[in-house]
Design a protein around this ligand. Structure first.
Ligand code: ZN
Length: 540
């Protein structure tokens, strides 16, 4: 491909992002998560994109560090949580100060953060550093950032009004103080910074989602005494970790939204250039936008992140998130034939990797692998065929695969097959369409066959046991149709030919590849069934 053609086609999206970063300096790519409850699979799109970018930046020989923060000093503000038993009392407290729903963790934030981070390990997402906001605040590491924000409160108020049309009172300060009486920070209003302390009121009516205790006091905002509001905390993170790249979801990064405010504040208060970072689109499941405020809905779809990684192979989840450009939205729906299509696309990208590793498809396949250093794709069986195999009790998939391959599977190929078998079982049980499901009837189904179809089945009977290879059998089934004249006007075998086989064995007019079905089932059984179908039904 010439350079011109390359330019017309456009670079792979991750390479495009890498080209924004100067090779002459050190880079930090950052991502974060607020552990406020269960995470839907849409919450994995950002981290998988960030990880793919991190890997790509390294391939471009950029000096890059990957930092992840757990925003566990945020107040509990989730409306759905408020409905849960005992949670109303916790509203407005820092997530790290709320009891864990389960004795396995020390607190609410750790419980949810650890479940979320466990999915990272499975998916091959490996930040070099994970920081907890409670530790950054309490250790005083962010004190200079807090002081800077408080001294520039007037300028920050002006930026909020200019960029987002949000007006704060003239005494408003950009911190949430932790109330010394009730421990909440979502309910306090801070004012009057004297360089060491701020005054605050813990107000019952400050926010709708939590009720303050009415306490009024004065305390140091440092060493964990207060938390920066979200836009300011963002700037503090960029400065503290020297962040040069941070992507984010569309909800936060739209015009006039959070990111624009933070960018302006970073330029005007911190006097620094904000990081680069693309905006990724939403991921919908079953046509519905995943909203963390309606967890019951996505739980029903099997779309909780920590459940999702138990059902799907990790490389297929990475592939699902990476095969679509981050700027386009993803519609994920496991029903119908969508899963077999997703697997076929994955295999197509694997094939591309075998031919030329510099194509977009090959790069997508490579970035979908759990291990950064990985081999080429091995021999594999199409997902839809694995699903067919599972529906015939006499078929042992591993043996069937080795017969097809003509030699034993490598350990990696065996693992791959087992992954496909496991997901195909779930798919058949929960999501597969009726036409993908079948069972070989133990006795002749009550179906009507035409005289021509019966002649066809009688002729097929003659080759059973003589041809054992599925592809050869498939060809022979075509030839037999021509021989008995079961053809269309153009001379090609009629649909009625294959339909008669499915009717005789499955009791319905469609099914898996007929050649495979005939070659795979026990020859004695097949001959007996074909005898019955071609003969007995003649008198029906
Ligand atoms: Zn209070």
């Amino acid at each position: 491909m010439t350079q011109d053609q390359e330019a017309v086609r456009g670079a792979f999206w991750a390479d495009e992002e890498a080209s924004l970063l100067s090779p002459d300096r050190a880079h930090v790519i950052r991502d974060s998560k607020t552990p406020s409850g269960s995470v839907p699979i849409s919450g994995l799109r950002g981290p998988i994109i960030t990880d793919a970018l991190y890997r790509t930046f390294k391939k471009h020989r950029l000096d890059v560090r990957y930092v992840f923060t757990i925003d566990d000093y945020d107040p509990m503000d989730s409306a759905s949580m408020k409905q849960k038993a005992g949670m109303a009392e916790q509203m407005g407290k820092p997530l790290c100060a709320i009891p864990s729903p389960d004795p396995s963790a020390s607190d609410f934030a750790r419980y949810h953060a650890e479940r979320y981070l466990a999915t990272f390990a499975v998916l091959g997402i490996r930040p070099q550093e994970i920081h907890w906001m409670r530790e950054l605040y309490r250790s005083g590491q962010l004190d200079t950032q807090i002081d800077l924000a408080l001294r520039n409160a007037a300028k920050i108020r002006e930026i909020y009004e200019r960029i987002a049309n949000v007006r704060h009172s003239d005494r408003w300060l950009p911190v949430a103080v932790i109330c010394e009486n009730c421990g909440r920070l979502g309910t306090t209003e801070a004012y009057d910074y004297d360089g060491k302390t701020v005054a605050y009121d813990c107000r019952p009516d400050f926010v709708e989602w939590a009720e303050g205790c009415g306490h009024t006091g004065r305390r140091s905002p440092f060493k964990g005494g207060a938390k920066l509001y979200w836009n300011l905390q963002w700037c503090a993170m960029w400065d503290h970790f020297h962040v040069t790249y941070e992507e984010g979801g569309k909800d936060l990064l739209t015009e006039g939204g959070s990111r624009d405010r933070s960018n302006a504040i970073y330029r005007e208060v911190w006097k620094k250039d904000p990081p680069f970072g693309l905006i990724h689109e939403f991921l919908n499941v079953g046509g519905k936008k995943m909203s963390t405020s309606r967890p019951d809905e996505w739980k029903a779809l099997g779309a909780e992140a920590h459940e999702f990684v138990k059902i799907y192979p990790p490389y297929l989840i990475r592939f699902l998130m990476l095969r679509t450009h981050p700027k386009r939205h993803i519609d994920f729906d496991p029903t119908g034939n969508n899963l077999p299509k997703l697997w076929d696309e994955y295999d197509r990208c694997g094939d591309a990797y075998l031919v030329d590793r510099e194509t977009d498809l090959a790069k997508t396949w490579s970035l979908s692998q759990v291990e950064e250093e990985h081999g080429a794709p091995g021999w594999r069986v199409r997902f839809s065929i694995v699903a067919d195999w599972l529906q015939i009790p006499s078929v042992e998939p591993l043996r069937e695969a080795e017969e097809r391959k003509g030699e034993p599977l490598t350990p990696a190929e065996g693992d791959e097959l087992r992954r496909r078998i496991a997901l195909a079982k779930v798919w058949l049980e929960r999501w597969a369409p009726d036409e993908a499901k079948f069972s070989v009837r133990p006795t002749m189904p009550d179906v009507t066959l035409s005289p021509q179809q019966r002649r066809y089945l009688a002729a097929v009977r003659e080759v059973v046991g003589k041809i054992t290879e599925p592809e050869a059998m498939q060809n022979e089934l075509y030839e037999v149709a021509k021989r008995v004249g079961l053809v269309n006007d153009d001379g090609k075998p009629s649909r009625d030919a294959f339909a008669s086989i499915y009717l005789a064995f499955l009791g319905k007019p469609n099914g898996p590849k007929a050649g495979w079905l005939i070659a795979t089932l026990d020859p004695e059984f097949v001959r007996r069934r074909l005898d019955e179908a071609s003969d007995a039904m003649a008198h029906a």
